[in-house]
Design a protein around this ligand. Structure first.
Ligand code: CA
Length: 215
């Protein structure tokens, strides 16, 4: 997957971001102040930088002015519109304010990578091949007909693999935030995915919560 640089001085947050991005298959490098963050960003070509604004030595904004062409998501406690505007003007691809939901961060990372990585992404496991750019799924080389929502659900599960996702979260991510649906819709779609792809053991039910795609 992607090579991601995390520049964040709060160790607990830095570790949380790293842990969750690595869980979904990314390779992460951690830095804890602006100076070493900038040095690392100049030294290696990253697919994405997760950049805090308030940092020792150099601010995230100052770093942003020095690096060009690397997709960046600002993560900051500053909630003022002025800061958001400044961040976006400097060319940030997205802006997240603390406290943030870690699954939302993982999803936004995915969205930015999808926009910025030109090559189509493919995910393979067992005898399954998922092509995200064409939205096609193959099992043992044969195409599996998935409905659009089934594919969306599979994509969310794969992109958040090894994380427990509540039914409400899945409903929000797959059926959009304003969908006034029933969480049983999620169960029905999970059942169909399990059947069509023969991956009952991969999509695990998390007791009283929801589901986890385990790999
Ligand atoms: Ca900070």
């Amino acid at each position: 997957m992607a090579k991601i640089l995390i520049v964040e001085d709060e160790k607990a947050i830095n570790d949380l971001v790293r842990f969750n991005l690595e869980l979904v298959g990314h390779e992460c490098v951690q830095t804890f102040d602006g100076g070493s963050g900038l040095e690392e960003a100049m030294r290696v070509k990253y697919d994405l930088i997760i950049l805090d604004v308030m940092l020792p030595k150099l601010s995230g904004f100052e770093i942003m002015e020095c690096i060009e062409g690397t997709p960046t998501i600002f993560v900051t406690a500053k909630t003022g519109a002025q800061d958001r505007i400044k961040g976006l003007r400097l060319g940030a691809d997205d802006y997240i304010t603390k406290p943030f939901n870690i699954i939302e961060l993982v999803e936004r990372v995915k969205a930015v990578l999808r926009r910025t990585k030109s090559d189509g992404e493919v995910f393979e496991f067992d005898d399954i091949r998922i092509e995200f750019h064409t939205r096609r799924v193959y099992k043992g080389g044969e195409k599996v007909a998935l409905k659009p929502r089934e594919f969306d659900l599979l994509e969310v599960l794969v992109n958040n693999r090894n994380l427990a996702l509540s039914r409400e979260k899945l409903l929000n991510l797959v059926w959009e935030y304003d969908y006034e649906g029933d969480i049983r819709t999620v169960d029905a779609h999970i059942q169909r995915l399990r059947q069509k792809l023969g991956i009952s053991d991969r999509i695990q039910t998390v007791y009283k919560t929801g589901y986890r795609f385990e790999i």
